[in-house]
Design a protein around this ligand. Structure first.
Ligand code: TNX
Length: 734
């Protein structure tokens, strides 16, 4: 009996999955799903009925269906009958909402605007096999859709994604992909961080040097190298014509592109180009990102003319109602000593130099308003109050900065770094920043824009919505790492922005990802993060917890990274060498998780010989050079200033040390920041004569297979590093 039942379930299960899914696995989850009886069979003769044959949503649907089906689908203006997907206008449906009805006779998508129409199509696509996004022909002869009625509309009108294209440049094709991916998740705002210290990315006709010079960094460029771009000329920009095309592409997909011109700090790419727009004063305090001289003077009247000219062009290129002027993380020291800034303080009766920030922001607001736009900026812009009630704040520092802004009456978008910064690490073992928080998927999913706020219903209306942000200092390597950071976390934010609060449930969301949505992401071509397994070593056994029941985990027994042909984990592993095992989840041959070892097993048995360190590099007062002799791999020692050719730092062992490899890491201990970009290592068997070794590559160098005991290792600097200071670490000797 038992056996028979299993067999029956297997056969029946096959029939069901071959026919239609019983669970729709829609992301973001819709407001209301009512399943009906029977199916609508997609088959030859299917047509799309719409009032205008040039309608984008209809054409888009046609293209997707033609890719999936073994027969062509026509668009017609004939009022739909049977075997038709019918678009209808229904003014009772809320903005961006839709009603999708599948009956045995036909499919209707009702909406009151183009956004709702497009989203109705997106939900319909999610009812098809995940492969429909791939662009590869699926050649389906028939496909049954379960009958269903879905009524849906967004919780928030602003559902955004912020992308920093300054630190890492994303070309237009890549931006179009991001727009496709966002719109498939019903996200409707793309905030482009177009300018920052490390590159200016939008053509300004009046000031061509902003892009001929400000868009490039490198050895002989105006903008110095940063973030591993090294000596190469790195950068790029969008012409106004290209940007207008991108805006149209986004508009068709119901996405508004919002430009940010970050001011008055974070501005090296413009202050260097203009040369004389800073105060000309100096400070010892670097900006949060380690730059100097990157702040516009707020006292020089001529600066406002330049800024107005730039804003005027931005306002003409971007049809959206907003211009975002950034406003974050300004070092005020420059203004403190500047006669022009001091004159403004006196005239305005300011006591604190900080008040100049409010002054600057209010002047920019006037300019932006003059060109018919609403000012937007980071929450720093509301610190001094006095803004127009339309000026819109993006709260990033914390949830409470959002509350502050709302209490001051400003429309506010929630992008609290502690939850919504997808440049943060998923887990401590993965790449990324961690200064705001470690942000695993369940944490970003748990976020509610209204959490920790006590608001009146009127105040609640000022919360326009939610936005995830990707800062891109760490996105240049490895290739496509941005997709790893963004997905699936952006799926979670899409659900937060769209779905009703009471419909949110992490287990359910996760099961929709696993059942189907990961397949959709894969079919869209996204190199998303695959969840690694959890491994512990107990009672001589390596115990593996799969990230989800159907996960395929592969492993190696020699410390190397698992590949798509490594053994599949299928049960008990008994071993007394657990440190040699590595495990990865394989989503497909080409997409897998990071490799992990058992959490409770010490992996690296580095050799730790007694060592002393000598250097002629000035060391920052708060660093201790002796930290480099501790073999504590969380420690780093910072130089006082940028390095210079000819400087050295030498590790001298008490006794020559026999070993296979000496790894010389530099930079931060967990991320490639502020390390040696121009230099090499040399090593010595006697402490006197040195042999030249490897050049540093992305801040690391290695000495491999020395012929005998090594007495000393020396870092030789051949040029400045790409940062205002440089960090050294303990040697890793094996
Ligand atoms: C803070 S968020 C910044 C960015 C950095 C980011 C890195 C904000 C307004 N400023 O300039 O890229 O941290 O996480």
């Amino acid at each position: 009996m038992k056996k028979g039942l299993v067999l029956l379930v297997l056969i029946f299960g096959n029939i069901i999955s071959g026919m239609a899914e019983t669970k729709l696995n829609i992301v973001p989850t819709p407001n209301k799903i009512v399943m009906g009886e029977g199916t609508f069979m997609v088959k030859r003769g299917l047509s799309i009925s719409t009032e205008d044959v040039r309608d984008f949503s209809a054409l888009y649907l046609q293209e997707k269906l033609n890719g999936a089906l073994d027969f062509p689908v026509q668009i017609t203006t004939a009022k739909g009958g049977k075997n038709t997907i019918i678009f209808i206008t229904d003014s009772t449906i809320p903005a961006e909402g839709y009603k999708l009805t599948v009956t045995p006779e036909n499919v209707t998508i009702a909406s009151s605007d183009m956004g709702g129409k497009y989203y109705g199509v997106q939900t319909l696509l999610q009812l098809f096999p995940a492969g429909i996004y791939s662009g590869a022909s699926l050649r389906l002869k028939e496909y049954p859709l379960e009958t269903v009625t879905i009524e849906d509309a967004p919780r928030f009108s602003y559902r955004g994604f912020m992308l920093d294209v300054s630190r890492t440049f994303f070309d237009l094709d890549y931006l179009r992909s991001y727009i496709d991916w966002m719109s498939a998740h019903k996200l409707n705002r793309l905030h482009l961080h177009l300018t920052d210290d490390n590159g200016w990315r939008i053509e300004i006709k009046k000031y061509p040097e902003l892009t001929t010079k400000g868009a490039w960094r490198g050895k002989d460029e105006l903008i110095p190298p940063t973030y591993l771009s090294g000596d190469e000329r790195y950068g790029g920009y969008y012409t106004q014509k290209e940007m207008k095309e991108l805006i149209k592409y986004a508009q068709e997909r119901n996405i508004m592109i919002i430009p940010e011109f970050d001011l008055p700090g974070h501005s090296l790419s413009s202050t260097k180009v203009f040369g004389n727009v800073t105060c000309g004063t100096s400070t010892d305090t670097p900006s949060a990102c380690g730059e100097f001289d990157n702040v516009w003077c707020v006292g020089k009247e001529s600066n406002y003319k330049i800024l107005e000219n730039i804003i005027k062009e931005l306002a003409s290129v971007f049809p959206c109602p907003y211009v975002n002027i950034g406003g974050d993380e300004v070092i005020f020291d420059y203004w403190r000593q500047c006669p022009d800034c001091q004159a403004v303080m006196e005239r305005e009766g300011f006591k604190d130099v900080e008040e100049l920030h409010g002054y600057f922001v209010r002047r920019m607001e006037k300019i932006i308003n003059k060109y018919g736009k609403v000012m937007m900026g980071w929450d720093d812009i509301q610190d001094f109050g006095g803004l127009n009630p339309t000026s819109t704040v993006v709260a990033w520092r914390s949830q409470s900065k959002g509350v502050e802004s709302i209490k001051k009456g400003q429309p506010t978008i929630m992008q609290a770094a502690q939850y919504l910064y997808v440049d943060m690490q998923y887990t401590p073992a993965e790449r990324g920043h961690s200064w705001a928080a470690i942000i695993p998927l369940d944490r970003i999913y748990s976020y509610d824009p209204l959490q920790d706020m006590e608001l009146t219903p009127e105040e609640e209306k000022l919360v326009l919505g939610v936005q995830a942000g990707l800062w891109t200092e760490l996105m240049q390597f490895p290739p496509r790492f941005s997709e790893y950071q963004v997905f699936p976390r952006l799926c979670a934010v899409a659900e937060t922005g769209w779905s009703a609060k009471e419909d949110k449930n992490y287990e359910d969301f996760h099961s929709r990802l696993v059942n189907k949505h990961y397949d959709r992401l894969y079919s869209m071509g996204i190199a998303f993060r695959v969840e690694p397994p959890k491994v512990v070593y107990e009672d001589s056994e390596l115990k593996v917890t799969l990230p989800y029941p159907s996960a395929v985990v592969r492993y190696t027994t020699d410390g190397t990274e698992p590949t798509s042909v490594s053994k599949v984990y299928s049960g008990k592993i008994i071993t007394n060498t657990p440190e040699d095992f590595r495990f990865s989840t394989f989503f497909s041959r080409d997409l897998h998780s990071i490799a992990v070892a058992a959490e409770n097993v010490t992996l690296h048995h580095y050799i730790t010989p007694k060592v002393k360190v000598e250097t002629d590099i000035p060391i920052w007062e708060k660093s201790k050079l002796e930290d480099l002799t501790t073999y504590n791999f969380n420690k780093r020692v910072r130089s006082k200033e940028r390095l210079q050719a000819g400087q050295t730092l030498t590790y001298i062992f008490d006794e020559p040390i026999e070993c296979n490899t000496i790894h010389i890491p530099t930079g931060y201990t967990n991320i490639p920041f502020y390390g040696v970009s121009n230099g090499y290592v040399e090593y010595s068997y006697d402490g006197v004569n040195f042999i030249k070794g490897e050049e540093f590559y992305r801040y690391h160098a290695y000495i491999r297979n020395p012929e005998k005991g090594v007495k000393a290792v020396r870092i030789v600097i051949t040029g400045p590093n790409d940062g205002y200071s440089c960090n050294f670490q303990n040697l890793k000797i094996e």
